[in-house]
Design a binder for this molecule. Structure first.
Ligand SMILES: C[S@@+](CC[C@H](N)C(=O)[O-])C[C@H]1O[C@@H](n2cnc3c(N)ncnc32)[C@H](O)[C@@H]1O
Length: 343
C-alpha cells in the first residue's frame, strides 16, 4: 500500500494553501475509507488537496468530486488567488499526477452545486467532505449544512482554516460543527469529525420587532437578516400587535423578539438558531458579547460565546430565555419560544 512519504514531493509541487501535515492527513483519511468511497471537496483551488486525496484513490473505485468556482476570487485581497480560470491549472495538476480517473470537477458556487447534487451525481452519498471554499461565515455555514445533508451516517466532515484569523470556519467549527461531530481529529488548522447520527432539521425563525419600517434602526435589522443562510420571517408592527399575528403560523419555529436597538451579528444569530433547533434539551442560552465596544474592536473578532444557561422554573412553558450579558450592561432578558410550547 502506498505510503504518503512516496508522494509527498509530488503533492508539494502543486501550489496551494495547506499547512504541512494536512496533506498527509487528507491522504490517510481517504485511504481509510471504503474502496468505493465518495469524497466531496469544496474549494480545490489549483489541486493541492485534490492531489493529496487523489493519490489515496489510486487502484480503488474511490472518487473525488471537487467543487470550485475556479475564477478570480478574492482578487483584491489576495492577488495570488487572482489567476482567472485556474480550472485549467487544476486539470493540469490532476492529469500530470495520473489522477484524472479519480477526480471530477464540478464548477460553480458551492451552494448551487450542492443544492443540485441529486441532478449532478444521482444523489450519491458522501463518505468524506472537506470544506475549504469561501471562508465567509454564512458561506461556510451553508456549505456545512448542505454537506451534512449528503454525508452518510458515520461519514466524515473536515473544515480547513479553523483558526481565529479566519472567523468564518473558526466560529463555525467551535460554535456548531464540533458539537455535532464525534471522534474529532485536528491537524493544525484542519478540524475533522464523524457524523454519528442524522442531524435534525433547522427550525425557521420568526423575528418579531416592535416598530416601523420607516425607522432606520428597524431597517438596519434587515441588512443582518439578508445574510442569514436559512429560512426566516420577520414581523414588524406596533406595540403588542405582532405576537398575536403569529397564531396564523402553523409550524414549529423559533420565535425571536428582536428589539430594533439590538446589534446581533450574523454568526450569533446562526449559532442561536442552530443550538435551539438541534438541541431540544437546551432551554436557554446566555451570550457573552462585547458588541458595545464594536467601534473600538472594528476589524477584530468580537468576543462572544454561547454557553448553556440554567433551566427555568417553568421549563415546559415559554422556556427559551435568552439572556445576553453585555460587558458594560446589566443582563437583559429576551424571549425565544417555540410556538407550540408557548403562545
Ligand atoms: C483556500 S482555497 C482552497 C485551497 C485548496 N484546498 C488547496 O489545497 O490549496 C479556496 C478555494 O475556494 C474557492 N471558492 C471560494 N468561494 C467559493 C464558492 N462560493 N463556491 C465554490 N468555490 C469557492 C476559491 O475559488 C478557491 O479556489
Amino acid at each position: 500500500m502506498m505510503d504518503y512519504s512516496r508522494i509527498r514531493d509530488r503533492v508539494d509541487q502543486v501550489e496551494g494553501y495547506m499547512i504541512p501535515g494536512q496533506e498527509k492527513f487528507l491522504f490517510d483519511k481517504v485511504r481509510s475509507l471504503p474502496e468505493d468511497a465518495v469524497i466531496l471537496e469544496i474549494g480545490a483551488f489549483k489541486g493541492r488537496s485534490t492531489v493529496a486525496m487523489g493519490y489515496a484513490c489510486v487502484g480503488t473505485n474511490r472518487k473525488i468530486y471537487s467543487v470550485d468556482i475556479w475564477f478570480d476570487f478574492w482578487s483584491e485581497e489576495y492577488p495570488d488567488l487572482c489567476d482567472r480560470n485556474f480550472l485549467s491549472i487544476w486539470e493540469d495538476n490532476i492529469c500530470r499526477n495520473g489522477l484524472r480517473d479519480y477526480a471530477i470537477p464540478l464548477r460553480g458556487i458551492s451552494h448551487d452545486v450542492l443544492s443540485r447534487w441529486k441532478v449532478l451525481t444521482g444523489g450519491i452519498p458522501v463518505d468524506f467532505a472537506f470544506i475549504d471554499g469561501s471562508h465567509r461565515y454564512p458561506d461556510v455555514l451553508r456549505d456545512f449544512i448542505l454537506a451534512c445533508g449528503i454525508v452518510k451516517k458515520s461519514g466524515w466532515i473536515a473544515l480547513h482554516d479553523v483558526v481565529e484569523t479566519w472567523p468564518g470556519p473558526f466560529l463555525m467549527w467551535h460554535d456548531i460543527a464540533k458539537h455535532l461531530l464525534t471522534n474529532r481529529e485536528y491537524v493544525t488548522t484542519l478540524a475533522c469529525g464523524q457524523k454519528s447520527s442524522p442531524f435534525p432539521s433547522l427550525l425557521p425563525i420568526h423575528f418579531v420587532t416592535e416598530g416601523s419600517m420607516t425607522d432606520p434602526a428597524v431597517r438596519r435589522l434587515a441588512e443582518i437578516y439578508q445574510t442569514l443562510p436559512f429560512l426566516w420571517h420577520w414581523h414588524v408592527g406596533g406595540k403588542g400587535t405582532t405576537i398575536p399575528q403569529l397564531s396564523n403560523v402553523h409550524e414549529d419555529y423559533l420565535l425571536w423578539q428582536m428589539d430594533k436597538d439590538e446589534l446581533w451579528t450574523t454568526e450569533q444569530i446562526c449559532t442561536a438558531c442552530f443550538l435551539f433547533s438541534w438541541y431540544e434539551e437546551k432551554k436557554a442560552l446566555s451570550c457573552l458579547s462585547s458588541y458595545l465596544l464594536e467601534d473600538r474592536l472594528k476589524g477584530r473578532l468580537p468576543k462572544r460565546r454561547f454557553v448553556p444557561f440554567r433551566d427555568l422554573e417553568r421549563p415546559r412553558l415559554l422556556s427559551k430565555i435568552f439572556s445576553p450579558l453585555f460587558s458594560s450592561h446589566r443582563p437583559r432578558i429576551r424571549k425565544i419560544v417555540a410556538r407550540n410550547e408557548g403562545i
